[in-house]
Write a protein that binds this ligand. Structure first.
Ligand SMILES: [Zn+2]
Length: 595
């Protein structure tokens, strides 16, 4: 696997760099009395604080994991004693640690050993690949691979015959390119006990596509096949290494806090490993974990399951405060909940995991337990339902409503709903690296007019809503796209980074997001989403010393080089969790030479 070499190199480099960190000079100044003396002082920086009361500063001091001073160099002197590590930043840009407000370290690790189909495979290519795989792996008990293009198979989708003709003795699950459906062979359906008489988990969201006789075709939408996948597919030998490499890559990329977007049926495996890292002091960043709801039969037991996860796995850097709901599906397979039917299949307008009434009750349950809610909402009907339920729940509660609600993706939303985010205090989350045309297929299913609305961010900013940004990477081949600077360049130019300056520009041009807005969303916004606005998101006295020093000034550099911006040093709680020393630089040179 192409990326695997990089992970190994990255892990080795990060281990080495952590050993070498802390090699900064000791300060010669000793005017501080011992109670004032900070552990670290940064001088002569271009500190952009994200604190509106003091937007810029030259120096800062850190003590006991907190920021104890922000101001000019002169004022920092009284915090400098014989044991203070003083670093002259030489005018470099200094920012609060970044918050990736929705991504999936667990699935990146879990699918590290899954198989990759050829790019954009034809039926013949899929069959040839399967034939070769079975010949090369006669002992295989299951095949899990991806991905095929939803665009290639139209409204009826692919048929199980494609697989049955070449593999019928073991179950096969082939993921689509949206990650929201799979093609199964007859053996898999048989082992699941699914036939023409079986009920669907839900009729318009999570279901088995059927032919004119009611026979399942093998195309399984949303997450109806996940319980079966969890039984037959086990994490591979690279799970631990890749999961660790990913959290280290986040620290390398300036991310000090991450919201986990969910792990489907693999929560216990993922959180067991993250807890092990946390307990061993090997989890460099803060992770806000979740219980992930993706099938209707999970709703009633959700809070009990959330509490079990929290009790079993919570630790210093791994916290549980939020439930994630996959409320609707995606446009590409016609499962997003729209107010009007799909353009190429007027028989459906998608579906939601629960009714609005049940959602309202669920929000009130969360209120009683002080749990926040993060909802996958793609279509306009899903967004309206979520906002309506939230509005009604708030009205039913006397006093403060204890649920902070984030809606993520927001691919097609009515303007009257966009205007409701700010007054309701609902947070809007977006994925910047998608804005160069990364996701394809919606134009065919929804029609040009709706598709061209295109996950717009500017209307939310103009309305004053809290906007947050995330990488939402799910599979190992997306590993590099989790770099926030990659995402920033993409949404700032609306061009795919990998295609260079001449890449296709995704309209509308006025929805190019400024670097000021991006940094605000990646810092203040993310901290607010995670209810950490008092401790994170700005460089301010009393807040956690989560800070990054950049090699480049993001606000002044060539916009086509933003993705190459480098973090020189990442601090979390006043400790160096990444330093771009000679080992890290050597690793980058090796990587550039080979990949
Ligand atoms: Zn996600």
């Amino acid at each position: 696997m192409k990326g695997q070499r990089k992970w190994i190199l990255m892990t080795a480099a990060l281990v080495a760099s952590s050993l070498l960190s802390g090699c900064v000079g000791k300060g010669p100044v000793s005017q501080a009395n011992t109670t004032m003396q900070a552990e670290r002082v940064l001088l002569s920086g271009n500190i952009q604080t994200q604190n509106s009361a003091q937007p810029a500063a030259q120096a800062l001091a850190m003590k006991d994991g907190k920021i104890v001073y922000v101001g000019d160099n002169g004022g920092a002197e009284k915090f400098m004693g014989p044991n203070t590590q003083v670093e002259n930043v030489n005018g470099k840009l200094v920012l609060p640690g970044l918050v990736d407000a929705h991504t999936h370290p667990g699935t990146i690790g879990y699918f590290a050993d899954a198989q990759a189909l050829p790019d954009a495979p034809t039926v013949a290519a899929i069959q040839a690949w399967l034939t070769d795989y079975v010949n090369d792996n006669p002992e295989a008990k299951v095949i899990v691979a991806g991905s095929w293009r939803t665009l290639d198979f139209g409204v009826t989708g692919p048929n199980k015959r494609i697989i049955d003709e070449v593999v019928s003795h073991i179950p096969v699950l082939l993921f689509d390119d949206s990650g929201h459906s799979q093609l199964l062979n007859s053996k898999a359906l048989e082992l699941m006990g699914v036939d023409k008489n079986s009920l669907d988990p839900s009729t318009d969201l999570s279901f088995f596509a059927r032919d004119e006789n009611g026979e399942p075709t093998g195309w399984v939408k949303e997450f109806a096949a996940i319980p079966f996948l969890a039984k037959v597919y086990q994490k591979g030998e690279n799970f631990q290494m890749v999961l660790k490499a990913f959290v280290d890559y986040m620290a390398y990329s300036g991310v000090t806090t991450l919201f986990d977007g969910g792990n489907l049926a693999f929560e216990d495996d993922v959180y067991t490993e993250l807890k092990r890292l946390d307990d061993n002091g090997e989890l460099p960043i803060h992770i806000e974990a979740v219980h992930h709801l993706y099938l209707p039969n999970m709703i009633d037991g959700a809070l009990a399951e959330f509490k079990r996860l929290k009790k079993n796995y919570e630790g210093k850097n791994l916290k549980f405060n939020t439930i994630k709901i996959h409320f609707d599906g995606v446009n590409e397979i016609r499962t997003s909940a729209l107010s009007q039917p799909f353009s190429d299949d007027p028989s459906t307008s998608g579906g939601t995991l629960m009714t609005q009434t049940r959602l309202l009750e669920f929000m009130l349950e969360l209120h009683r337990e002080n749990v926040d809610l993060h909802m996958h909402t793609v279509g306009d009907r899903a967004v309206t339902m979520a906002l309506d339920a939230f509005e009604q729940a708030r009205l039913k509660v006397k006093g403060e409503f204890n649920v902070r609600l984030t809606l993520t993706h927001l691919e097609y939303v009515q303007m009257e709903d966009v205007k409701r985010f700010k007054p309701l205090g609902v947070i809007a989350n977006f994925t910047p690296h998608w804005y160069g045309g990364y996701i394809e297929g919606a134009e065919v299913t929804m029609g040009h007019e709706r598709e061209s609305w295109g996950m717009r961010v500017t209307p939310y900013i103009e309305e004053g809503a809290v906007v947050t940004y995330s990488s939402d990477v799910v599979t190992p081949d997306e590993f590099d796209r989790a770099n926030p600077f990659f995402g920033m360049q993409t949404i700032h130019t609306r061009q795919e980074v990998q295609d260079g300056k001449d890449a296709h520009v995704t309209l509308p041009l006025h929805d190019r997001i400024s670097m000021e807005n991006l940094i605000r969303g990646y810092t203040q916004g993310g901290a607010y989403q995670l209810r950490m606005e008092d401790t994170k998101g700005s460089i301010e006295v009393g807040k956690n010393a989560d800070i990054i020093i950049m090699r480049e000034n993001l606000f002044e550099m060539d916009k086509y080089e933003i993705s190459e911006a480098k973090v020189l040093k990442t601090f979390k709680d006043g400790e160096v969790i990444y330093e771009r020393n000679f080992v890290a630089i050597a690793e980058e040179i090796i990587y550039d030479l080979f990949f």
